[in-house]
Write a protein of this length. Structure first.
Lengths: 404, 404
């Protein structure tokens, strides 16, 4: 890791100047788990958001898309209920949550970003949420062990938080992010929900540039099950509280900021795949030797989303033919005789037929919990990488009984 | 059913004049199951084929694409090995099979259609196959219980054959088809392999027209796991042996022929989905109220291929939000407030929010082994229907250990 960018062990949102957070079990989830979280900003912040491309957008997404244009003072998330497919009533519920936050924290309701995640198509329990907000407003400054990150989880098995400190001779600031997501993971906005906080001093336009460039290679390059949800959103908020000289152009300081944001986004995205519903393996799929990025991306996603490829990973079966097959139906122009296929560094296929690789060597790689599949199309020099999982019995179990 | 088109109980390929078939266990499959089949044609026939759109085409597909332009005398299929991703050697193996058939049956090798299905990337056991062909050539006219249909199966649990008789005051002829397919089922050419035989007298151009129109709404409208294989192919062969007046224009007799071919194709396609790997449910997904067919198709496939939708079917969970979500990310323009969603005749969603339907009624429908999901987009009058399955633990089991 670049010496100027230092990994923070045990990061917490509070380590970023200007932000306070907490989370509680308000009673939305039947099982009594945490389900309501708030991040409160000491002062007005610039916020940036990217939202699901699904035509069916959840009510909080519609409200957040409006509010993100304003200066932001608070962020609300509930899990256990997505407030999606709930019509005008659901939209009003999301607005009313903002108003509750506004009243409890004494800020304009239009400076609140509301987010919801969980089951689709049920009305929010608004009284439960109202009481929860009042409760949180009283403990927002109390020390807590990332209860906000805990509160945004649904089928996640692990809390997902990652942070770095940018430290030079002249200044230091932090970039810390958290995310939730495990199923319905697919670009665009594979995150389900992602939040990145920084206290760097940076102009709105430069922060926006760094935000957008970092998402494509992180949250937009992972897949668990190919479903794009109604609620997927990712955000960046800057408090501008640190002591760095304001970043207003694409100079070296900007590059450092961009790198830090990219690093946090990538690690969070990777954590989501690692925690993919039922997943036992994290597989990096790189397609290289493509004529252009679009081709490389399309081919990589074709492999990374194939049920048959993912099931073979689960079975630890070196059924490489399914990968060549998925390249073949990806829709890109390609010829089998140009393709080379590797598991880690083991070459399995070239000149249109299998090499004389040792089956035991291939099995050894597939038995690992993390490995890499590389497909060289042999027709250019562009590449793209996607992270995916295996497809397992546990995925079926989790999703067959999700609502019950 | 139209009185002129009569269902044949216990159909067999031999019931179509001019065709003889048989199948054996030649030793390609380790488990000793049937794996080699031949259909022999008494005289030269017109043949029509549609092949996988996968850029990685198996060797027999490449050979068949050439040979189908000739008059056809025989059809060869082996299961247990797909002869795909086998390079030039594999191509030569496919040609040599045609030559073996040519020699054993005393016909030109260019009049043979070879087909293979099974594991990708392994060379065919050519000596085993050669011996099998000699054996079959000796028993090709012997009565047998559809051993050819048995020989083309891989992970299929059931033999798939369906046939009708077209009977008018003036003439009668048969249309009988068989297919294999269970996984890697997705258009184009969802069939894996499908063969339709008829003894109707019909011009090449009219038979071709009927063939192509029937495939779109049958083999091209089913999905099991979203994977399009390297070997998918479907064929129609006409022996012209019946006593009907030659069909040479789009008259009423042609319509009858087209309807019969369409019926056989649809039933075979449906049988493939019904026997989908691990499937416990057959679900018809109709998207109607679309502006055009393309939109309807795209939306229907988005629902029919969603892992989350299919897993909810398996769990018999009325998680209808996942269906609305899949419409939302299908890429078609739509507004939630226009959408209506039904399970059979039960309306679950309209005006952008759930109706006050009874959860027990929805569960009752989902507990059936066959039911229908209808999505009305509310923006036009075009519709499309796709057949799909649930996604189950058994699918994972079958495909995780396929090669072992």
């Amino acid at each position: 890791m670049n010496k100027k960018i230092i990994l923070i062990n045990n990061p917490a949102i509070e380590m970023v100047q200007g932000f306070h957070s907490n989370g509680i079990a308000s009673g939305i989830k039947k099982n009594g788990n945490h389900d309501l979280g708030v991040v409160f900003f000491d002062k007005e912040c610039d916020g940036f958001g990217m939202f699901t491309t699904n035509k069916v957008k959840a009510a909080p997404v519609l409200v957040s898309k409006k509010h993100i244009k304003n200066k932001i003072r608070a962020l609300f998330v509930n899990s256990g209920n997505a407030n999606a497919c709930t019509g005008e009533s659901g939209f009003n519920d999301a607005i009313n949550i903002c108003k509750e936050i506004g009243e409890s924290f004494n800020i304009p309701y239009t400076s609140v970003i509301p987010m919801s995640t969980g089951v689709i198509g049920q009305r929010l329990p608004t009284t439960v949420i109202k009481n929860g907000i009042i409760k949180i407003s009283k403990i927002i400054n109390e020390p807590n062990d990332n209860q906000f990150v805990k509160a945004i989880m649904t089928t996640d098995t692990k809390m997902k938080i990652y942070g770095v400190k940018v430290k030079t001779e002249n200044y230091e600031y932090s970039v810390i992010g958290c995310a939730k997501g495990s199923g319905m993971i697919h670009p665009n906005m594979a995150t389900m929900l992602g939040f990145i906080f920084s206290d760097a001093v940076i102009s709105k336009s430069m922060a926006n540039k760094a935000f957008r460039s970092s998402i494509d290679k992180s949250f937009n390059s992972i897949t668990v099950d190919g479903d794009t949800s109604t609620n997927d959103s990712v955000f960046l908020f800057n408090s501008n509280c640190a002591n760095n000289k304001p970043i207003t152009s694409s100079n070296a300081d900007y590059k450092l900021y961009e790198e830090a944001v990219q690093m946090v986004a990538s690690q969070l995205a990777r954590k989501i795949v690692e925690d993919g519903e039922g997943a036992t393996k994290l597989v990096e799929v790189e397609v290289k030797g493509a004529k252009n990025i679009k081709q490389a991306k399309q081919a990589a996603f074709s492999v990374a989303t194939s049920s048959l490829v993912k099931t073979a990973f689960y079975g630890e079966d070196a059924n490489w033919g399914r990968i060549v097959c998925a390249i073949g139906y990806s829709g890109i122009p390609c010829k089998p005789e140009n393709i080379k296929l590797y598991f880690d560094n083991l070459l399995l296929f070239k000149n249109g037929e299998p090499t004389t690789f040792n089956e035991a060597d291939a099995s050894k790689i597939l038995k690992k919990t993390e490995f890499k599949v590389t497909v060289d199309l042999g027709i250019g020099n562009k590449s793209w990488t996607v992270w995916t999982t295996d497809l397992t019995n546990e995925y079926i179990r989790i999703n067959a009984n999700y609502r019950s």
